[in-house]
Ligand binder design. Structure first.
Ligand code: SF4
Length: 265
């Protein structure tokens, strides 16, 4: 999208009363006009101005400060694995983790509101607890979203990376419990509450966010994204959380079945 097109969208949605915007991608920090767009959003009166990024460019302190000064007040930084070499393999670039971690350190030091979006795969699941401990204890991140690997798009080549949701739920609840005192929250929209044990508060349903995703080609609601869209299975029919829970992703049920899901009474 051109700068002018984005500015026009920002203006139009602000007139309709929208007060939150996130810039995502691709990688939005690859755009040279990103600080300009944040400034435009701030001048229009947007209250929440976020960016979803791999965080690498924030390893340059001047750039991190420039973005915060322009108006960004929410930073979602993606990590595709832990420890460092696993993230680097997924990123296809040696040193990617170190750059992202430097970016996280800069943002935390400058007082930015930072959330790490952590990708959970079969391979990274065993280190989930260590990842949360390291990032909260040594980097100072206080918010985490757990993204379960999807086979949509390029991920379809690697179905063996899709973890079992019951295992993710068990590990996520244990990892959260271990860092609970040091974080504001750990959330996931990809593990249904019936698999989160005593930590059901970790679950959120994207449909409650009123999220409209705008791409150059088309727009759609967040809950209709292939990364979010869930299906209700047999166990859901008598589940008291059915109204709040989107259910597991359709792709998950096709590959792993629905045997793990349990009715919540
Ligand atoms: S609605 Fe279905 S997937 Fe969601 S908590 Fe209930 S049984 Fe689990």
């Amino acid at each position: 999208m051109t700068t002018r097109k984005i500015a026009s969208l920002l203006s139009g949605y602000r007139e309709k009363g929208v007060a939150k915007v996130d810039f995502g991608g691709g990688e939005p920090t690859a755009r040279h006009d990103l600080p300009v767009l944040a400034k435009a959003a701030a001048e229009l009166g947007y209250k929440h101005i976020g960016v979803k990024s791999n965080g690498m460019r924030f390893c340059y302190p001047d750039y991190a400060e420039q973005c915060m000064g322009a108006g960004f007040n929410d930073f979602s930084i993606s990590l595709w694995g832990y420890p460092a070499d696993m993230h680097d393999r997924m990123a296809g670039r040696t040193g990617a983790f170190d750059m992202t971690e430097m970016g996280l350190n800069n943002l935390v030091d400058f007082g930015a509101d930072v959330c790490v979006d952590l990708l959970v795969t079969v391979q990274s699941l065993p280190a989930l607890g260590d990842a949360l401990k390291h990032l909260s204890g040594e980097v100072g991140v206080r918010k985490f979203r757990l993204w379960v690997f999807s086979i949509f798009g390029a991920g379809g080549l690697c179905t063996d990376m899709m973890p079992h949701l019951a295992q993710v739920g068990e590990s996520a609840a244990a990892a959260y419990s271990a860092v609970r005192q040091d974080v504001d929250w750990v959330r996931t929209s990809h593990v249904p509450p019936c698999l989160l044990g005593g930590a059901r508060e970790m679950y959120f349903n994207v449909s409650e966010q009123g999220l409209l995703v705008i791409t150059p080609g088309h727009s759609f609601m967040g809950e209709d994204s292939p990364f979010e869209k869930g299906v209700h299975v047999a166990a859901c029919r008598t589940c008291r959380l059915m109204d709040k829970c989107a259910g597991p992703r359709d792709e998950y049920v096709r590959i792993r079945g629905d045997g793990e899901l349990k009715t919540v009474e």
